[in-house]
Design a protein around this ligand. Structure first.
Ligand code: ATP
Ligand code: MG
Length: 361
């Protein structure tokens, strides 16, 4: 098939890691008989330098015209970069918020995987890291507390602040459907996380998730309170397949889950809308401290590209091939600096890309 992919190399290590992801995608396309048409757009600091704004209308139009967007990372050093002397709505990160909004990306997906070969970096007890884990956190991204009405005011001489957490049933339903769809491509288990013993919004969440579950008889659904989930993530992470949750809970839990893997350079992410369209990017930032040195780990971006093949193109075999290549390269003992341990061979960013591409079959 023909795949139209818009790439946003972005800032910092972005262009380096995107180059390696393209390399691996090209190899995958040639092995499996597809044609990829890449188009690059500017966003973030790279766009500010050329256009004076972090995202242009033309760039949004190009992204919309593609089947999917693959992003490196945007932003720079907030203390030294001139981009951060600009007003907040003109800084690099404003570009990312604007494109998420323009593309209606309401579902954020973050896998947290512990590879056998990297179990040493896992901060959990040895028996837990030995067992390994492979979960997917599905976070609602455009509703809830972060988008509710807020105000700060004085009442009877006392300062008060209010934030409101609102969801309507349609917002819950569309994210729940995504969560169950993704569970069907995995181990067919959904853990819906809420605080239904206290919050009305969580009780509605639970009700709508139960309704959606009826259309997925093969998927096992369980409910878990968010405080318990935070505990279970460090106690027994292997129990989770898909964690489905609202915006703020997902924000906190996905950071917790990524830290228990111990390797930020390995973690992919996706933001999806209600069609097959998605924006795929590594979970880490632009790492300005190591930019331009050819030492960044491209694996998170390569795994994001695999997610893109799986979720935007339904190319599961091709996505599996990329994930197998990542495992193989680790088994063969190659490591970038961030995941290096004694006895392994240290390689740079572009060499890692070559090694991965070689292993696509
Ligand atoms: P954000 O930009 O999302 O706010 P941040 O600035 O807190 O994130 P990162 O840019 O992700 O953090 O960098 C945090 C640390 O991790 C830095 O020391 C950076 O060099 C390192 N790092 C991040 N991504 C990678 C990578 N792909 N390979 C190697 N090191 C990385
Ligand atoms: Mg950063």
């Amino acid at each position: 098939m023909e795949l139209h992919i818009t790439c946003i190399p972005g800032d910092g290590i972005g262009p380096e890691i995107i180059a390696e992801a393209k390399k691996v995608l090209e190899k995958t396309a040639s092995v499996y008989g597809h044609k990829i048409i890449f188009e690059d757009i500017l966003m973030g600091g790279a766009s500010i330098d050329v256009h004076g704004v972090p995202l242009t209308e033309e760039a949004v139009a190009k992204a919309k015209a593609a089947d999917a967007v693959l992003m490196g990372s945007i932003g720079g050093d907030t203390t030294t970069s001139p981009w951060y002397k600009l007003p907040p709505n003109l800084r690099p990160e404003a570009g990312l918020l604007a494109i998420r909004k323009a593309l209606n990306l309401f579902a954020n997906l973050r896998p947290a995987v512990l590879y056998d070969e990297l179990a040493g970096a896992c901060p959990l007890k040895e028996e837990i890291s030995k067992a390994g884990f492979d979960m997917m956190i599905m976070r609602e991204l455009t509703g809830g507390l972060y988008f509710g009405e807020r105000k700060t005011f004085e009442e009877n001489g006392v300062m008060k602040a209010v934030d409101t957490l609102t969801y309507d049933e349609n917002e819950i339903r569309r994210i729940a459907i995504k969560g169950f769809d993704i569970a069907m491509k995995r181990r067919k288990k959904v853990t819906s996380v809420d605080k239904a013993n206290v919050l009305d919004s969580s009780r509605l969440w639970r009700k709508v998730v139960e309704e959606v579950a009826k259309d997925y008889p093969e998927v096992k659904l369980e409910h878990m309170l968010v405080d318990n989930c935070a505990m279970q993530l460090v106690k027994d992470p292997a129990q989770f397949d898909v964690i489905l949750t609202e915006n703020m809970f997902g924000d906190i839990l996905s950071d917790e889950a990524s830290m228990v893997t111990g390797s930020i350079g390995m973690l992919a992410s996706a933001s999806l809308n209600d069609s097959k369209f998605g924006l795929y990017e590594p979970s880490h930032g632009s790492a300005p401290d190591i930019a331009g040195k050819d030492i960044a780990n491209p694996i998170a971006t390569v795994l994001s590209a695999a997610m893109m093949l799986r979720y935007s193109f339904d190319l599961d075999r091709e996505a599996d091939a990329i994930e197998r290549a990542v495992k193989q390269v680790l088994t063969d003992g190659y490591r970038t600096g961030d995941i290096y341990s004694q006895g392994c061979e240290k390689v740079g960013c572009s060499k890692m890309g070559d090694l991965l591409a070689e292993r696509i079959r």
